[in-house]
Design a protein around this ligand. Structure first.
Ligand code: UDP
Length: 498
């Protein structure tokens, strides 16, 4: 452990919910381990939410960078970026570049006040401009990927090289990945499928990611022992140190003895009519590992006809479920849920039979995954969801929608063997009730294939927990990575000073 002193670190998260969570957890970890002051510089839009989640004891300070959501097509009174629909996220990307000048202003003040530059800037991979900012303030930028190693490598390689544009085949290989890892066009989000280097998405990602490749090093929200293959690819590709500082989850989620009720870290959807307690009480009434938990993350939803097929398939499967449900694509995500989107009397039937619980909009996900009744997770495979599921030894059914989710799901299936892919992507028409039923049964059935997946997920859970254990001289890989990272930037500073 370091003394801390007056060293400080500045963090620049990307402003989407799924990025903020690991950034905040990383800030906490760094502070706990080093006693450094950690500044998180972000927009007014996010500060409110972030502050509400931090314990007042930690010396984590929030810097509000002036930012007008209204200038970027966001509602002027939007309180935070939780539950933002994908269409609005596009604005966030472009708006994120406007944070550079206020970030420089903040750093100028901080350097003056503290008499030295920050030890490093830790910026989201999407905020590549931080590399230049760090350089002009005599410090270094460390890029932080909130995703996993495999998914990050795929995302970076795809956007930078657009390999699918160089072939007429549906399957293709890509720079950095061995021949056997063939990707398929259907695994690409429509934005990426159509990208040609001059479209608005390429124009954002290519320069920002390229700049991030010039960072001093990378941090990755994964665990060395669970992603050896992805890490080999990522390290070879980047040719930079990559420290695995994951799992960045609330501590309670990782305690072996954790009673599920202690994990909850947010007011779970009171405003949507179901409390965290209701959800957990319902799980209490179910058999061990018998419930399928279904959620598509903080900002995605599925198509209306897919929702119908999913519901019919669930009913046919006769498995119990908790389904976080929101209006389908094309409707206001936070709008009223209409019963016509589901089979007639579906919710009533499920309630009467104690077969399924529909949770509007938001559920206490970690509590649910940690609960003994939960047997599998049907997920869009956002990386936080993946890590949360694996940390509880819960196998998955994949329904990737956007971002690097399809690459995460490919990795979960091919490298980890803890997952079955139900579909790829929001646009695909391959969701049928029958397919839902068979895939769910494959994963949920305790014996055979399902049992194997559960066994592997259990093994991964143990590796994740070992990574953050410390017994005397023995420290887990995540703690060692954190210490190595800190030692490296401290040494770098000394070399610069002398
Ligand atoms: N989450 C939750 N309740 C919900 C939906 C999401 O608590 O009903 C949390 C989930 O536990 C995870 C995060 O929101 O920590 C979603 O992040 P992820 O990377 O899985 O997906 P994203 O929202 O970025 O697409």
């Amino acid at each position: 452990h370091h003394s801390g002193g007056d060293e400080y670190i500045v963090m620049l998260p990307f402003m989407a919910h799924g990025h903020l969570i690991p950034f905040l957890a990383l800030a906490n970890q760094i502070h706990l381990r080093t006693n450094f002051t950690v500044f998180i510089a972000t927009t007014t839009l996010n500060v409110h939410y972030l502050k509400s989640t931090v314990s007042s004891a930690a010396d984590i300070r929030f810097i509000e960078l002036p930012f007008s959501g209204a200038d970027h097509g966001l509602s002027p009174n939007a309180e935070n970026t939780e539950n933002l629909p994908l269409s609005k996220i596009a604005h966030l990307f472009h708006a994120s570049r406007s944070l550079e000048p206020p970030c420089r202003d903040f750093l100028r003040g901080a350097v003056q006040e503290r008499g030295r530059p920050p030890l490093c800037i830790i910026s989201d991979v999407f905020l590549g401009w931080a590399v230049d900012v760090a350089r002009s303030f005599d410090t270094v930028n460390v890029a932080f990927s909130t995703g996993g190693a495999y998914g990050t490598a795929a995302y970076v390689s795809l956007w930078l090289h657009l390999p699918h544009r160089k072939t007429d085949f549906d399957e293709f290989t890509m720079p950095g990945f061995p021949e056997r890892c063939r990707f398929h066009r259907t695994q690409l989000h429509p934005f990426l499928r159509a990208a040609d280097g001059t479209d608005t998405w390429s124009m954002f990602f290519q320069p920002q990611i390229s700049l991030s490749l010039k960072s001093y090093a990378w941090l990755c929200n994964t665990v060395e022992e669970i992603e050896p293959f992805g890490l080999e690819i990522l390290r070879n590709y980047l040719n930079l140190p990559v420290w695995c500082v994951g799992p960045l989850l609330p501590q309670a989620a990782l305690n072996d003895s954790s009673s599920s009720h202690t994990i909850s870290r947010r007011r779970a959807g009171k405003e949507f009519g179901i409390s965290a307690e209701n959800c957990l009480d319902w799980l209490e009434s179910q058999k061990s590992k018998s419930v399928l938990y279904i959620s598509f993350g903080s900002q995605n939803t599925i198509g209306a006809s897919q929702m119908m097929e999913l519901a019919i398939g669930l009913e046919k499967s006769e498995k119990a479920f908790v389904w976080v449900i929101r209006p389908p694509m094309g409707f206001d995500l936070r709008g009223e849920f209409r019963s016509e989107w589901l089979p007639e009397k579906f919710e009533e039937r499920m309630r009467e039979k104690k077969r399924g619980l529909l949770v509007r909009n938001w559920a206490p996900q970690l509590d649910i995954l940690a609960h003994r009744s939960t047997g599998a997770f049907l997920s869009h495979c956002g990386w936080n969801s993946v890590m949360e599921s694996l940390s509880q030894g819960v196998p998955m059914v994949a329904w990737p929608i956007a971002a690097e989710q399809a690459y995460n799901s490919k990795m979960l299936v091919e490298e980890m063997g803890v997952c079955v892919e139900l579909t790829r992507g929001a646009q695909s028409g391959d969701i049928t009730a029958e397919r839902v039923r068979t895939v769910i049964s494959r994963v949920m059935d305790g014996g055979g294939e399902g049992g194997e997946m559960r066994r592997r997920a259990e093994e991964i859970k143990l590796k994740i927990r070992a990574a953050i254990r410390e017994e005397g001289e023995q420290k887990g890989s995540a703690l060692k990575a954190m210490d190595d990272f800190v030692a490296s930037v401290l040494t770098n500073r000394e070399q610069q000073v002398t």
